[in-house]
Design a protein around this ligand. Structure first.
Ligand SMILES: NC(=O)c1ccc[n+]([C@@H]2O[C@H](COP(=O)([O-])OP(=O)(O)OC[C@H]3O[C@@H](n4cnc5c(N)ncnc54)[C@H](O)[C@@H]3O)[C@@H](O)[C@H]2O)c1
Length: 249
């Protein structure tokens, strides 16, 4: 039997790269997948690939910042699949998505709002939308996609590092509140993960493994956490050892 047979997983930002690898991995392991992405073509492409492999998926074309739409899609998904067992809050990114990376002192109000709203508030909306169903089922796994920026900081991304660190705090506090309902809340913090197959040779120190990560490296960590009942409130750093420290004296 596949490890997530009979489970339903909602993955945000599932139309590309890390989110897509997570969605496809859950589908391979038998889960029904709700593919949330604000780019319709991306969402539909992931759904198509899941269906081609014999899986079941539903597109939720919406922005995680749109609280009403997220709640409506979650209700629709529960009508179709009966429950939501797993939520992966993966949609996110830095001001780089707007081509607005800059030193903090120069960051514009709209950019700050975009980064905080997409990463942090989007995750909060999605978690609130699924929780009432998870509480009813007395079962759930929520996994936030944070970043090593939350742990170590990152130039030109103060807003991003702050939002990702807040996602760690959210996971810890929420884990305390929902533990009695058999719901685990954790984070995964990727290092440098190549998009669309690219390798990041230019990053000076990739980590002990000497390579940039691939979306599947992160998907593997997410599926591991989603399979565990006694790990909660934790942050799993998946960076090939990049944040280990200087190494040599
Ligand atoms: N790639 C990395 O090196 C890296 C490192 C650390 C953390 N992360 C985090 O991992 C997650 C995924 O990263 P990625 O590199 O795969 O991103 P990506 O930009 O390649 O893909 C993100 C997907 O999410 C969708 N999306 C973006 N904003 C959305 C929104 N508001 N609502 C719905 N969908 C939205 C996009 O359309 C896209 O399909 C992000 O949260 C990112 O911050 C990535």
């Amino acid at each position: 039997m596949k490890s997530f047979e009979g489970r339903t997983a909602m993955v945000t930002g599932a139309g590309a790269n890390i989110g897509k690898a997570i969605a496809l991995s859950f589908a391979k392991e038998g889960a029904n997948v709700i593919v949330c992405d604000y780019k319709e073509n991306n969402a539909l492409q992931t759904v198509r690939e899941i269906e081609e492999m014999g899986g079941t998926a539903m597109a939720a074309v919406c922005d995680v910042r749109d609280r009403e739409k997220i709640f409506a899609y979650v209700d629709e998904a529960v009508k179709r699949f009966g429950k939501i067992d797993i939520l992966v809050n993966n949609a996110g990114g830095s001001a780089g998505l707007l081509n607005k990376l800059t030193r903090f002192i120069d960051a514009e109000r709209e950019t700050l709002d975009f980064v905080i709203d997409t990463n942090l508030k989007g995750s909060i909306h999605c978690a609130q939308a699924v929780l009432k169903y998870m509480v009813k089922e007395r079962y759930g796994k929520i996994i936030n996609m944070s970043s090593i920026a939350a742990v170590c900081g990152l130039y030109d991304r103060v807003d991003y590092a702050a939002a990702k660190a807040a996602m760690l705090g959210m996971a810890k506090a929420l884990a305390m509140e929902v533990g009695e309902y058999n719901i685990c809340v954790n984070c995964v913090s990727p290092g440098a993960i190549g998009r669309n197959g690219e390798k990041w040779e230019h990053v000076t120190y990739m980590g002990a493994n000497g390579r940039s990560g691939e979306p599947q490296d992160i998907a593997n960590a997410v599926l591991f956490l989603a399979s565990q009942d006694y790990i909660t409130g934790q942050n799993l750093v998946v960076d090939g050892g990049r944040t280990l420290g200087p190494g040599h004296i």
